[in-house]
Design a binder for this molecule. Structure first.
Ligand code: FAD
Length: 386
């Protein structure tokens, strides 16, 4: 189809990637964003090869390689630091045809903003949509309206447009744990500069992953009841308590982090949706499939969504609704399967059934490295660009 006007709600990873892809396809794109100033939430993100392949196709291959960390090895260690598994990543890279890139979120956002280059109307809080025979109108809290051929709802985990698409309110599911994340300078007292290390024990994790600019993206996971207050001035003391007796690099990390720069989300996901599309409105990214971060795939799925949506709009010419339905069929299957898989993984890691987690710790010690990389490759190769 040609000559479409496309309205995108939300300028996160999903909305910006969709903006780039749809603009490159020749469409007129307008992005609206609720906040007055764009700031990424969270410190880092691992972009697995399925997401990177889409960025390559959008002409961002060099840019992502420039901001990405060189991660050559993955290591699992016990809480006390004993090596459980040393997993070279070259076989994975060879299998899937592309290196993954862990990145700082701020760098990723800047890269996507530069790649998009179009106007983003900030301070525009979308409160609803109205469809008519020939188009759809996005309605904003400030009284503005904009009519186009379709609306891409890339408005994130608490999507305002999701209930319009699904016909019912959606409840987020608390995954049972809290995640602290941030950035620290690379140092051998933390981990080797090309290594993604994950310490596991007591249903908790502490992890460091290299991103560009000689920094590690780090995170800590601790199962806690929902609603515990975030108090930056207490983060280090709390982490010292939760990770008491853990290996020296974990203690070093706690001492070196800057609590004022640490994000601390309680982790939620969303049960799989029956549909990502209604009429001329398509959910994209977390709006469609908020997933536990335990596979590192939420952002990658948003990027895949953007690619597939653009593909169907470009390659078919029956109607907008028909193209969106094709998008729906393909992405619903992929997105929902990632949500289920990530939830299962989150439960395994964080002790929903302590016996399952104990078995996982045991398995980590005897699993062939190739079987770990095969499992990651399966997820990657399930994407639209094999
Ligand atoms: P968002 O990034 O949430 O963007 C939505 C945008 O819409 C926001 O800018 C918001 O302000 C705007 N908005 C919301 N409502 C409105 C409205 N009504 N009107 C206008 N604008 C609106 N993914 C990975 O691929 N790899 C990882 O390693 C990874 N790690 C993660 C670690 C953690 C701790 C967490 C929490 C998530 C992780 N993810 C990871 C997931 C990833 O962060 C998300 O999947 C991704 O950010 C989703 O992008 P999005 O564009 O759909 O939503």
């Amino acid at each position: 189809m040609e000559g479409l006007k496309i309205i995108i709600i939300g300028a996160g990873i999903g909305g910006l990637t969709a903006g780039i892809a749809l603009q490159q396809a020749g469409y007129q794109v307008q992005v609206y964003e609720r906040v007055q100033e764009l700031r990424p939430v969270g410190a880092g993100i691992s972009l697995w090869s399925n997401g990177v392949k889409v960025l390559n196709c959008l002409g961002l291959g060099e840019a992502i390689a420039n901001i990405g960390g060189r991660m050559n090895v993955m290591e699992y260690r016990t809480a006390q630091g004993e090596l459980l598994n040393h997993i070279p990543l070259q076989p994975l890279i060879a299998q899937v045809g592309q290196r993954p890139y862990p990145v700082a979120r701020r760098d990723l956002q800047e890269m996507l903003l530069t790649g998009y280059g179009g106007e983003i109307k900030l301070g525009h809080d979308c409160i609803g949509v109205e469809e008519d025979e020939g188009g759809v109108t996005a309605i904003f809290a400030n009284g503005e309206r904009d009519r186009g051929d379709l609306v891409v709802a890339a408005d994130g985990i608490r999507s305002v447009l999701r209930p319009y698409v699904t016909g019912k309110p959606s409840a987020l599911n608390y995954a049972g744990y809290v995640n602290w994340n941030g950035l620290v300078p690379v140092s051998p007292e933390l981990a080797p500069a090309d290594c993604w290390v994950i310490y596991v024990g007591q249903h908790q994790r502490a992890s460091l992953m290299p991103v560009g600019g000689d920094r590690f993206y780090f995170f800590f996971d601790v199962p806690l009841p929902a609603g515990t207050p975030p108090e930056p001035e207490q983060y280090q003391e709390q982490l010292r308590g939760y990770f008491q007796g853990w290996a020296q690099p974990v203690q070093n990390l706690i001492e070196r982090l800057d609590p004022q720069q640490v994000a601390r989300p309680e982790i939620h996901d969303l049960s799989p949706l029956d549909s990502y599309v209604r009429g001329r409105v398509a959910l994209l990214g977390d709006a469609a499939h908020t997933t536990c971060p335990d596979l590192g795939q939420g952002g990658c799925q948003a990027i895949e969504d953007a690619w597939v949506l653009t593909h169907y709009l470009k390659s078919t010419n029956l109607s907008v609704m028909d193209a969106l339905e094709r998008y729906n069929r393909e992405r619903r299957e992929r997105g929902n399967s990632i949500v289920r898989k990530a939830r299962k993984r989150a439960e395994q890691i964080h002790g929903k059934d302590p016996e399952v987690t104990r078995q996982w710790y045991e398995q980590l010690g005897r699993e062939a490295p190739q079987s770990v990389t095969n499992a990651i490759a399966d997820v990657i190769l399930g994407g639209p660009l094999h």
